[in-house]
Design a protein around this ligand. Structure first.
Ligand SMILES: Cc1cc2nc3c(=O)[nH]c(=O)nc-3n(C[C@H](O)[C@H](O)[C@H](O)COP(=O)(O)O)c2cc1C
Length: 175
């Protein structure tokens, strides 16, 4: 017999369903690049590849993305955890996060926003639909180029469980 279930708060349900890795979103405007942490993203289509990201209008990155319509989703791994999370607790309005947290900006090939050199993978994106931005802060992106570190076979990506808790990607199984 299964044990009785207990009710779970509605406003925490995202913690049960969120699965993708924490990404570092880079944007750039007038030569000034910025980084923010993000976990609310989802795959929408595979060919051409499209993603949805929820980027709050409270964030400095919001107005840059809205006007430049370009960004890079950089995927950090465990060894970058502290620095990556710091990018989610400070604003590009006040600090240069590349300098402050010691990240290396590399040129991207199809967008002006930089790649973060230390990240395992870098996904260059262009905004293709902003119809849901006003209501949901939801941007639809098309992926235009992807870079990956060929040496890392089992990247220890970070998966946000809420608050200060993260799950680290681990065991791979075949079913
Ligand atoms: C693990 C983590 C995940 C986050 N996910 C999101 C997200 O999905 N969308 C969002 O708008 N902000 C998210 N944030 C908050 C932003 O990263 C944070 O507000 C940041 O300071 C914004 O930086 P900016 O003002 O330089 O753009 C997240 C923060 C952390 C630590």
């Amino acid at each position: 017999m299964t044990k009785a279930k207990k009710e779970y708060p509605l406003n925490q349900v995202h913690r049960l369903l969120q699965s993708g890795p924490v990404v570092l979103v880079t944007t750039s405007q007038k030569g000034k690049a910025n980084i923010m942490a993000m976990s609310w993203h989802t795959v929408i289509d595979s060919d051409p590849p499209k993603l949805g990201i929820v980027l709050s209008s409270d964030n400095y990155s919001f107005k840059i993305l809205k006007s430049t319509k370009e960004c890079v989703l950089n995927i950090p791994t465990l060894k970058l955890a502290a620095k990556a999370i710091s990018c989610g607790k400070s604003s590009g309005k006040d600090v240069d996060k590349f300098k402050t947290f010691g990240f290396t900006a590399l040129p991207a090939s199809k967008v002006k926003a930089p790649l973060i050199g230390e990240c395992y993978a870098n996904v260059e994106c262009k905004v293709v639909d902003m119809k849901m931005v006003a209501e949901y802060d939801l941007f639809i992106l098309e992926v235009v180029k992807v870079w990956i570190d060929p040496v890392k076979k089992r990247p220890q990506t970070l998966h946000h469980l809420g608050g200060d808790k993260f799950m680290v990607a681990g065991k791979v199984i075949r079913v």
